[in-house]
Structures are given as structure tokens and as C-alpha cells.
Ligand binder design. Structure first.
Ligand code: UFG
Length: 340
């Protein structure tokens, strides 16, 4: 298949591009490089030993999308849509930017797909759509909600796509609800490269281990969890990328218009357990202090991934220790992320 990957230079997109190429697919990347560096593309080309087709524009640009879909020499068979703003705190400060960017991209893309009769779409959703009071393990049939504008863009994009498949029943859409993707490509050449100080735990830990940040702040030790710190379902980005290939394959060979799958390990790991795992992987001590809870955080989040296992034959294969080892390899090889 020729697969259009929006956000293909981003963290999850880049890992998925490599797996698509390895599986024999052709890939067309659209990325505006607002949160990715062009060097990613060079690294992908080296790792895949082939040149890549990359278009640098915003997915919401209808004219550019039309030109891409209309190219008779390179017809698009399916779309994996990663491109989105994703920082929770920033979304609270700039809600309108988040709604315009994250909803505008999906609308423009879905409309272009309908104009050019492209029927298969895999959408990057998030476990954040389960809101703040969902029981664990979280199953796909729980009601959706959100606590911040970023989360609402995921809920709203899911709704847009649900409504679209009702009106256009030939569409085949997968909503993939990711839990906490971490880790890096085993080569150490591709990984997560957050701009500025990381918001998320794993890249933060990596920078503390490196000595770039003096210590970790653990946001709360009074949750009702194994050790009082927050519990999350971490999954290796390579397992997550494999989930996209499995979902794409499934929707291409089945007639259900809309599919929703959790992609998680089903295991909860606390902040302090992850600190210990990172210490083992890096051989370095991680200094930390306990501070107040972070507003908006929930105590515990982990998936029931059994639907994806039953239907897609997909499950995670890498452990938390693997995730830390690969993150550390990437961070050591790229202490300042990708070169500009
Ligand atoms: N944490 C710390 N210190 C830090 C950063 C995080 O203690 O410096 C803790 C958090 O309180 C939480 C855990 O580490 O208990 C994980 O936090 P992350 O920020 O890494 O991940 P979240 O689960 O908060 O957020 C992730 C994604 C969001 C998504 C959310 C729900 O980053 O995009 O899952 O799906 F919305």
C-alpha cells in the first residue's frame, strides 16, 4: 500500500514509518516540522536504506493536500494521521490554537480522503479520552470525556470520525487510544525529542540521568497506589508502531466502518517504579523530590488491551526495562536531541 503518514517526522510517526517501509509499504510523509527537525528524515532514510517522499506543509492546507491526493503517479491507499499539537499544559494556555490545529487538520484530511475516494484512516487518539474518573483497567466501551483542551481535541476528533463513517459508510476508520508511549528505536538514532524542558516523565528521567536537569519532581506520593505515586501504562514506541500496522491491515481486510482499540500493555507502573527501572538501565542514580500533585493528573491509568489482542493479534512484547534501556541509548547518543 502507499500510506500517507501525517506527522511522519514526529516521535511515534517516525517509528511507524520505519515499520511500514520494513513491511514493504510505500510511505508519503506530510509534516510541517513545527515540532520535528528535518534531520529525522535523513536518519530514517539511512535506517531504511531508501529515499523518502516528504512534503513540508500543514495538513490543514487543503490546496497542498489536493495536489498530493490528485497525483496519478502516486495514488494514496490509506492514511495514518499523527499530526497534532500534544502538550496538555500548552493547550490550557492556548485552547484556540489547539482546536484550530487539531480539528482543522482532521477535517481537511477527511474531506480530501472523501474527494479522492481514499477509504482507510488510522487516527492517533489517546487514553486521555477516558477522562478523570474511569475505572481500571480501561475498556473501549467507557464513556469519553476530557479535562483539558488537548484531551477535548481527541474526544472531538473521535466524534467527527464517528459521524463521518455514518454518513460515508465506505470509510474504514480505526481510533487508536494510546496509553503512555516511551522508549526509542533500538538503533539509538530515532527517539523522542521534546522541545525545551520535557513535560512527560520518561524524557525527563533521561535528562536527569544525563545531568542536564538536577532532579526529578515526583508529582505526589499520596495517591491510592502501590507506593503513593501515579501509576501509568507505559508501552514501547516500537510496540505502538506495530499496533498501527496491525490496525491498518485489519481495517483493510474487514468491513466494519469504525474500530476503537486501546494500545497499552495492561500493566501499571508507578513513578517510583519507573525511577528504579531507569536507574537500573542507566547505572546512574536519579535524584528526586516529592512535590505537590500536578493539577489534572489522575492516580491510575492502565489499559484493558484484550480487544486489540483478540482482533488484531497485537500485544506489547517489550518490558519497562527494555523501554528504559532504549530511551537511555537514544538519550546518550543524542544528549541534545536531533541536531538542527
Ligand atoms: N510525573 C512526575 N514528574 C514529572 C512528570 C510526570 O511525577 O516531571 C508523573 C505524573 O504525575 C504521572 C506520571 O509521571 O503520574 C506520568 O506523567 P506523564 O506526563 O509522562 O504522562 P501523563 O499520563 O500525564 O500524560 C500522558 C500523555 C498525554 C495524555 C495522557 C493521558 O503525555 O498526552 O497521558 O492519556 F493526555
Amino acid at each position: 500500500m502507499r500510506v500517507l503518514v501525517t506527522g511522519g517526522a514526529g516521535y511515534i510517526g517516525s517509528h511507524t514509518v520505519l515499520q511500514l517501509l520494513a513491511a514493504g509499504h510505500q510511505v508519503v510523509i506530510v509534516d510541517d516540522f513545527s515540532n520535528a527537525k528535518p534531520t529525522v528524515v535523513n536518519r530514517l532514510e539511512t535506517l531504511a536504506s531508501q529515499p523518502l517522499t516528504v512534503h513540508a506543509f500543514d495538513v490543514a492546507d487543503r490546496d497542498r493536500l489536493d495536489a498530493l491526493f490528485a497525483d496519478p503517479a502516486a495514488p494514496i491507499d490509506a492514511v495514518i494521521h499523527f499530526a497534532a499539537f500534544k502538550a496538555v499544559g500548552e493547550s490550557v494556555a492556548k485552547p484556540l490554537d489547539y482546536y484550530r490545529n487539531n480539528l482543522g487538520a482532521t477535517l481537511a484530511l477527511a474531506e480530501a480522503m472523501l474527494r479522492y475516494d481514499v477509504r482507510h484512516l488510522v487516527f492517533s487518539s489517546s487514553a486521555t479520552v477516558y477522562g478523570e474518573s474511569a475505572p481500571v483497567p480501561m475498556t473501549e466501551d467507557l464513556p469519553t470525556s476530557a479535562t483539558n483542551p488537548y484531551g477535548w481535541t481527541k474526544v472531538m476528533n473521535e466524534q467527527i470520525l464517528r459521524d463521518a463513517v455514518v454518513a460515508h459508510p465506505l470509510l474504514r476508520v480505526a481510533l487508536l487510544r494510546y496509553f503512555n508511549p516511551v522508549g526509542a528505536h533500538p538503533s539509538g538514532q530515532i527517539g523522542e525529542d521534546p522541545a525545551g524542558i520535557p513535560n512527560n516523565l520518561m524524557p525527563y528521567l533521561a535528562q536527569v540521568a544525563l545531568g542536564r536537569i538536577p532532579k526529578l519532581s515526583v508529582f505526589g506520593d499520596d495517591y491510592d497506589t502501590v507506593d503513593g505515586s501515579g501509576v501509568r501504562d507505559y508501552l514501547h514506541v516500537e510496540d505502538l508502531a506495530a499496533g498501527h500496522l496491525a490496525a491498518l491491515e485489519w481495517i483493510s481486510t474487514h468491513d466494519r466502518p469504525l474500530s476503537v482499540w486501546n494500545l497499552g500493555s495492561g500493566q501499571g507502573t508507578s513513578v517510583l517504579e519507573l525511577v528504579r527501572a531507569f536507574e537500573r538501565a542507566s547505572g546512574r542514580e536519579i535524584p528526586y523530590e516529592i512535590v505537590a500533585r500536578r493539577p489534572g493528573d489522575i492516580a491510575t491509568s492502565y489499559a484493558d488491551p484484550s480487544l486489540a489482542e483478540r482482533e488484531l493479534g497485537w500485544r506489547t512484547t517489550r518490558t519497562v526495562d527494555d523501554m528504559c534501556v532504549d530511551t537511555w541509548r537514544w538519550q546518550q547518543a543524542n544528549p541534545h536531541g536531533y541536531p538542527s
